[in-house]
Ligand binder design. Structure first.
Ligand code: AMP
Length: 217
């Protein structure tokens, strides 16, 4: 099963993608994580995208399409969850071409709908495990044992530099102006399903599972 999760920053795409990865062994393809890894490694690409990411703007289509193409080509039949790509109509079209070239079909596109006012609150409290990437939140989802990751036991946590109230506004604007126009693209293909991303994490996961089990269309 190959799926694409859509929704504004803070909608819970990463959290749900990690769940699907753990539960079904699917591969999470998060372009945000890929770019953060480039930055952490100090690569030329990482340095090139740093200022754009910190301003909450979108990295160019050319860079993003090249970044994801090699990952798609290397999947070797494993199911995937796209999280953070595509973010523009040209990226969506390029994705279709890539999938076709590799003989892969996209099975579901799931939009997590959220109340924009709640997003800033959600994003400004979030942090993740430095070693396995599990997501947490100061108010809504603390590790069961304070300071220790539920999944891998690590005691190192990180916060994203672009999770500030000012940057989130720019990221929401980028979503509204550049990413939301891809919703009709997938609706027209009969792939789009929308679910309530404001529900509890487990309830959202349940809604996604129901969609994965239901017939396409
Ligand atoms: P995310 O972790 O998905 O919120 O992505 C973090 C940042 O990486 C975004 O705010 C963009 O600056 C950049 N980024 C990630 N994916 C894309 C994409 N598909 N197109 C353009 N920029 C992206």
């Amino acid at each position: 099963m190959n799926i694409l999760l859509l929704g504004p920053p803070g909608a819970g795409k990463g959290t749900q993608a990690k769940r699907l990865e753990e539960r079904y062994g699917m591969i999470q393809l998060s372009t945000g994580d890929m770019l953060r890894a480039e930055r952490a490694s100090g690569s030329a690409l990482g340095r090139q995208v740093q200022a754009i990411m910190d301003a909450g703007k979108l990295v160019s289509d050319d860079i993003m399409i090249a970044l994801i193409a090699s990952r798609i080509a290397g999947l070797k039949g494993k199911g995937f969850i796209l999280d953070g790509f595509p973010r523009t109509v040209p990226q969506a079209q390029a994705l279709d071409d890539m999938l076709e070239k590799n003989g892969i079909a996209l099975d579901r596109v799931i939009e997590l709908t959220v109340d924009e006012d709640a997003l800033i609150d959600r994003i400004s409290g979030r942090f993740s495990c430095k070693s396995c990437g599990a997501s947490y939140h100061d108010r809504y989802h603390q590790p069961k044992q304070p300071g220790r990751c539920d999944i891998c036991g690590s005691t190192d946590f990180v916060r994203r530099p672009d999770d500030t109230a000012e940057t989130v506004k720019a990221r929401l604007e980028a979503y509204r102006d550049q990413t939301a126009p891809i919703l009709p693209y997938y609706r027209a293909k009969g792939l789009l399903r929308s679910i309530d991303g404001m529900a509890e994490i487990d309830a959202v996961a349940q809604q996604i599972e129901t969609i994965l089990k239901s017939p396409r269309g």
